[in-house]
Design a protein around this ligand. Sequence first.
Ligand code: UT7
Length: 334
Amino acid sequence: MIKVREGSNSRMLSVGAYQPSRIVPNSEIVDKIDSSDEWIRQRTGIETRRFADADESVLDMAEAACRQAISRSGIAVEDIDTVILASITYPFQAPSAATALIARLGNPKAAAFDINAACAGFCYGVGMANDFIRAGSSKYVLVVGVEKLSDFLDPYDRGTAFIFADGAGATVIGPSDEPGISPTIWGADADSRDAILMEPTWLAFKHGAPDGIWPNISQQGQTVFRWAVFSMSKAGIRIMEAAGITPDQLGAFIPHQANVRIIDSMAREMKLPESVVIADNIRTSGNTSAASVPIAMSALLEEHPELHGQLALLIGYGAGLVYAGQVVQLPPKW
Ligand code: UT7
């Protein structure tokens, strides 16, 4: 019979984030899309977002977030044996961003790979990290979500130009006496995969795409909005059931930061009591896709240090359409 390893419970040991220094107010976006600061605030909650400089890369941002998460975790970088990097904006097919990242971090022997689960990427990664540790395949896993969406935005597109932004967020997940991460509830609705697209493909350039064309993200806003409000609150309820908790046991709700109206309606549908602190970091960060949940988590812990160690409901959803979420015990104070 094949030998199997004994795993252990796991939990988040830390979270770290990096956001570019350039703050971009709505006023800088509106002229090209015939919009207004008021419309963007009312329809999405976004007041400002961060855009990276031209020479600031996905790897630069990922490295900064990871270094902060590692230093807060109390774990040496060499002890990290697995690195999962979630992104849809790393501009190389191979080698992976994760391998470039471990080389930069000075830990080039770790298992490392990229995942593409769009705005659900971080929660997909957290679920995998938990399962790897439980199965004994890994001991300390670094999960990072990072995006430079400003490279793939059409500033004239009324459906996306004001939404997406840049940044990175990371967590170190390691063994724990008590379970600190619930089973992950995840899935897809692949019949709606046209609802968020990045087009044309890189291959289009080989075959003569016209000058001035570049892969840009586009979305059917209403379709995604309705799916998120209807299906993601149901997914949130299933996540809490899988974790064996009721809404009043949560300290925080940290959903993907896509739209404050979606966040508010999910909280209503899931009947979260007023005691649950709700992350609405989208107001100053925009939608950073795979980075949005860890950036929001890091900001929330800075604002509400009392949440360290409390339970939080995480849920990410986006292009695919895909989703994933879990209940986690927020990391201890660093
Ligand atoms: O992270 C990936 C997941 N993505 C999401 O979760 C996105 C979900 N969708 C949304 O957040 C919203 O659909 C948007 C914020 C993208 C758009 O808001 P909406 O309330 O769904 O707008 P709409 O497309 O229904 O348009 C409503 C009105 C229309 O005008 P009329 O026909 O009512 O006169 C549009 O022409 O708003 C107009 N409009 C705009 N006005 C100013 C549409 N886009 C804009 C704009 N600025 N950018």
